[in-house]
Design a binder for this molecule. Sequence first.
Ligand code: AP5
Ligand code: MG
Length: 188
Amino acid sequence: MQNIVLFGPPGAGKGTQAENIIKKYQLVHLSTGDMLRNEMKNQTELGLKAKTLIDQGLLVPDEVVIGMIKNQINQNLQAKGFIFDGFPRTVAQAEALDKMLAELNLSIHSMVALEVPFNTLKQRLLQRAKELNRTDDTEEIIEKRIQEYNSKTLPVADHYKKQNKFYSIDGVGTVQEVFERIERVLQA
Ligand code: AP5
Ligand code: MG
């Protein structure tokens, strides 16, 4: 089983590249952002609570996303592997993930980090705002999301660096160019 964490700031291309990776390697895509947006769409209690945080660009509580990931892993134990997108986003989430995988005799194979400069992230997300209907793709909330990333999520990279599982990738270029860089890491 090959379990990959796709890492990077908002707009880095995690969702875009996850689609390419699952097609080629038949992994199960686990995006906590997509799961939360689905709860919001269905107006569940969890979705309504999450919406107030997401619309401020703030992270939702660790226990909420850890619970959702645990459920999805348990429902897909026959999978060839998982691609984690937007999770783990805090060191506590990373520790919980390592623990739940270890209990199943599994582990993270690698963290692939997409590096993209701030101005490009902002341009991509403002462009996406015109195409999709994500309520958090406004200039003000994008900046807040990037602040949350810098303060709470960047330390997750160190967590996997200590385990020698961290691979940095240049996330600027065409979608295909970036995918080829990721493939080189996954095939190594
Ligand atoms: P989440 O949905 O995870 O959003 P995010 O991390 O802010 O990232 P995005 O989905 O905006 O960007 P992406 O890296 O997937 O880029 P994409 O491929 O779409 O989280 C949303 C919110 O949910 C959080 O703020 C938080 O509140 C909550 N949440 C989620 N997970 C959580 C967790 N674990 N803990 C706590 N809270 C959590 O690409 C962006 C755009 O760029 C697209 O339009 C795309 O077409 C374009 N693009 C992609 N690649 C390229 C390229 N190479 N060249 C040009 N354009 C490109
Ligand atoms: Mg995404």
